[in-house]
Write a protein that binds this ligand. Structure first.
Ligand SMILES: Nc1nc2c(c(=O)[nH]1)N[C@H]1C(S)=C(S)[C@@H](COP(=O)(O)OP(=O)(O)OC[C@H]3O[C@@H](n4cnc5c(=O)[nH]c(N)nc54)[C@H](O)[C@@H]3O)O[C@H]1N2
Ligand SMILES: Nc1nc2c(c(=O)[nH]1)N[C@H]1C(S)=C(S)[C@@H](COP(=O)(O)OP(=O)(O)OC[C@H]3O[C@@H](n4cnc5c(=O)[nH]c(N)nc54)[C@H](O)[C@@H]3O)O[C@H]1N2
Ligand code: SF4
Ligand SMILES: [Mo]
Length: 719
């Protein structure tokens, strides 16, 4: 494998780096021989990650050297199978993008531009500082992101209860004695909305000090297997179980609410009918177990309830996050050592105003009238906004580091809509299922070539630390950083857009993008006064700012510095839970997703190191459910939902709850000519050809989990 470096350094050097592939933000130590990375290890001196690394971190340099990764802008001529791609210069590419955007806006209005923002933006400093400015400059209402197939319920409930969408309590994992986990698999995901590098060892330590980890999941996951207890739970029924736990706290006099909590009586009355017996019927979790676990949780010396993707991406995502907060709050575990606390990052985007408190339903989508959250519309509405004619229709699309064709509900049909656009551009490093519909792809530098300070995940970390990592490699000659691309698109498109903004606004916008991300971090650190760029440069391994500390009620962003236990929009949503949560019928199947420790959403499948080994694309199904349908392990099956049908091999799995089947997320590649198009271990189908854009939480987040499906054998059974 060869690397094109500006000037290949000779000899062996060691450099510190950072992994940006998941929320654990591990510190790395790279050995570089004659300009080639020959080893990547976890950095033992990093005060947060403590030497941890996973298979993906080891493969970080493979992204840098991947010959299929785009290094120059490419332009498409022809469509579909006849498409051909040609490398073009940056100047031409940026002009094409600016022309395409300006044409759509000038001929229609600002909402004619649709923007989709994908997950890797949260992992790039340049995206955080300049990407959001780029998006803001166009003022389109048609903004979508991966957040509405992910964590909007957490943010919505954070806004309603704590007054800010980014005030999200984090488990004090290193000191808790009872970790209650719903719908998360940190052994594979390395933690989410809980930055917790080295989760396996931290759990070992928890158990060694006599603590418990209790997991509720419809699959006996890698996390369930290291837990002290695992309970199967019917998908999408968690809100009933969690509210039954809250109900039990009231019924048994176990509540210990802090002085700044309001509306306890109203809450008690509102959830009175969510009993453990009701929960047992809909979830399959015995009422006696619900009561026992609640008592143990309330009695523990520091307990933390935590729920992640399995909770936020279901039909009752917001009710689930609310109930998780209630469990923590009513047992006195919010803001308690060993409970859940708010991290105090050196750059606090909630405090310094970098990100607003959030808003909901200030406007609605044009076609389905879905409420915005924080200025974004649910991505489940993306397609209809492209396809439905009329004022405000999307004519041009810009995607920034996203693959919505594989990552959002009914993705293949979204691809058809992309194909019909007047113009599309993608800032992305791969030609894939989404970007192949673009007219132009602009590829930025990747992790090893850019400076990094994590503006997002220090805010969600189990310990307060700060770290600035200078780029490991200089960028290649003729390459552009993402923030430079964003700045150029903004400037060139604004120059072409006829509706001119007031002068002051233009100057402010330009000034905001003038500084480099590193300069901005320097200023933000100075503003936060917890550390400085100078300190961080002296300590590239990171600086320890100590364990999480109680900060309430001062830290709240609510006007009266108090927390409403029963926010009206959540209480109102209880009726939907009463009526729309079915008692499961015999023979019914519902679909959930899964993540593998060597996958990174949809975009790591081009890397040989991460795709070797046993196939992992199969539908997992309980042996009893297979037998009932005369299906054998390994058969090809057809899975059908309201939205579509896919064909894939099935694997028998005792780890699946009866009545629940699982497909991995991020599979189903369709781009010929790259490894990801044909590697056997990662072939398979896209789960999002089955998920349904009509299934939504009250926050607008997609309900990806618990999709009703049927499964039938395509190869006749041989027994
Ligand atoms: N059914 C189902 N659907 C899901 C999920 C699920 O569990 N089940 N999970 C959801 C979740 S949590 C998420 S976060 C989303 C992810 O949804 P997306 O963000 O839409 O998808 P990714 O697969 O992360 O795609 C990232 C894209 O960014 C590109 N990329 C990678 N690094 C860089 C970079 O440094 N710069 C630029 N410009 N581009 C880069 C990749 O080539 C790829 O095209 O998927 C969601 N969809
Ligand atoms: N290896 C790896 N790590 C990753 C990623 C990756 O793609 N691969 N992606 C990153 C991203 S973008 C994110 S957001 C995080 C996600 O981090 P996690 O949320 O920890 O990861 P998931 O694997 O999505 O875990 C969701 C769990 O919920 C369960 N589940 C599904 N439906 C339900 C339900 O209705 N109720 C309950 N109780 N459980 C349910 C699933 O079986 C699964 O075990 O991971 C990040 N880390
Ligand atoms: S745990 Fe996450 S951050 Fe750490 S090495 Fe693995 S992918 Fe990278
Ligand atoms: Mo995510």
């Amino acid at each position: 494998m060869s690397q094109t470096l500006p000037l290949t350094p000779v000899g062996t050097t060691t450099k510190l780096g950072v992994c940006n592939l998941c929320e654990a933000i591990c510190g790395l130590r790279l050995t570089i021989d004659d300009g080639v990375v020959t080893s990547i290890k976890g950095n033992e001196d990093d005060p947060l990650s403590r030497g941890h690394i996973c298979p993906k971190g080891v493969a970080l340099a493979d992204i840098y050297t991947d010959p299929d990764r785009l290094r120059r802008p490419i332009r498409r001529t022809g469509t579909g199978a006849d498409a051909t791609w040609t490398e073009i210069g940056w100047d031409e590419a940026l002009d094409l993008v600016a022309d395409g955007i300006a044409k759509a806006v000038n001929e229609n209005d600002k909402n004619a531009l649709g923007i989709y923002v994908g997950n890797p933006n949260a992992h790039s400093l340049g995206s955080m500082t300049h990407g959001f400015e780029l998006i803001k400059t166009f003022k389109t209402r048609n903004k979508f992101s991966a957040s509405s197939v992910d964590q909007i319920p957490h943010m919505y409930v954070g806004m309603l209860q704590f007054g800010h969408q980014l005030l999200l309590p984090v488990p004090d994992l290193d000191r808790t004695s009872y970790f209650l986990v719903f719908g998360a698999n940190p052994m594979a995901s390395n933690g989410s909305l809980m930055t917790v590098p080295d989760f396996p060892n931290r759990v070992r330590e928890l158990k060694a000090r006599g603590g418990s980890m209790v997991v509720f999941d419809p699959r006996r996951t890698e996390t369930a297997k290291v837990a002290t207890e695992h309970h199967f739970i019917r998908p999408a029924s968690d809100a009933a179980v969690l509210l039954a736990m809250v109900n039990t706290l009231f019924a048994e006099g176990l509540t210990r609410p802090a002085a700044y909590l309001d509306n306890s009586d109203a809450l008690e009355a509102a959830i009175a009918d969510f009993t453990p017996e009701h929960a047992e019927q809909v979830s399959g979790v015995p009422a006696a177990e619900i009561r026992r676990i609640t008592r143990e949780f309330a009695a523990a010396d520091g307990a933390a309830a935590y729920g992640r993707m399995g909770l936020s991406t279901q039909g009752f995502g917001s009710l689930c996050q609310w109930a998780i907060n209630l469990l923590n709050m009513l047992t006195g575990n919010l803001d308690r050592v060993g409970g859940v606390l708010f991290p105090e990052p050196a750059i606090d985007a909630a405090k310094n105003g970098l990100l607003g408190a959030g808003h909901f339903d200030v406007w609605r989508s044009r076609v389905r009238k879905m409420p915005e959250f924080g200025g974004e519309l649910p991505v489940s509405c993306f397609r209809e906004e492209i396809d439905t004619p009329g004022e405000g229709q999307i004519k041009a699309v810009l995607t920034l580091a996203g693959n919505p064709v594989l990552s959002t509900p009914d993705g293949s049909r979204l691809a058809e809509s992309f194909a019909g656009l007047d113009f599309m551009a993608s800032v992305d490093i791969y030609l894939n299922e989404t970007t192949r519909h673009a007219d132009v792809i602009l590829p930025p530098t990747t992790a090893l070539e850019r400076d990094h300070y994590d503006l997002v995940f220090h805010m969600l970390s189990v310990r307060n630390t700060a770290r600035f990592t200078p780029a490991v490699f200089d960028k290649e000659k003729g390459a552009m950083h993402d923030w430079e691309i964003f700045r150029e698109i903004a400037s060139r498109a604004n120059a072409r857009i006829k509706a001119k903004k007031p002068l002051l606004q233009r100057v402010t916008e330009r000034a905001r993008m003038a500084l480099s991300p590193t300069m901005m971090v320097t200023l933000l650190l100075a503003y936060g006064r917890k550390t400085s760029m100078k300190q961080l440069r002296l300590h590239p391994e990171g600086i320890d700012l100590g364990p999480l500390r109680p900060t309430l009620p001062a830290r709240l962003h609510t006007k009266d510095k108090r927390i409403d236990l029963a926010p009206a929009p959540l209480v109102a949503d209880l009726d939907r839970l009463r009526t729309a949560l079915p008692v499961p019928a015999d023979g019914e199947l519902v679909l959930i997703g899964r993540r593998h420790k060597s996958d990174c959403n949809s975009w790591s499948h081009n890397l040989e190191r991460l795709t070797r080994g046993k196939p992992r694309h199969q539908l997992l199904m309980n042996p009893g459910d297979l037998a009932e349908r005369g299906i054998n392990d390994g058969d090809l099956v057809r899975i059908t939902s309201r939205v579509g049908s896919v064909e894939v091999d099935v694997a028998a799995a005792d780890d699946m709850m009866p009545g629940v089947v699982s497909l991995p997320h991020g599979y189903g590649h369709q781009v010929a000519g790259t490894r990801m198009g044909h590697a056997a271990s990662v072939a398979g189908v896209s789960i999002n050809d089955l998920t349904d854009p009509e299934r939504l939480d009250v926050s607008g987040n997609a309900a990806l989990s618990g999709v009703p499906v049927t499964v039938e054998a395509l190869v006749p059974a041989t027994v």
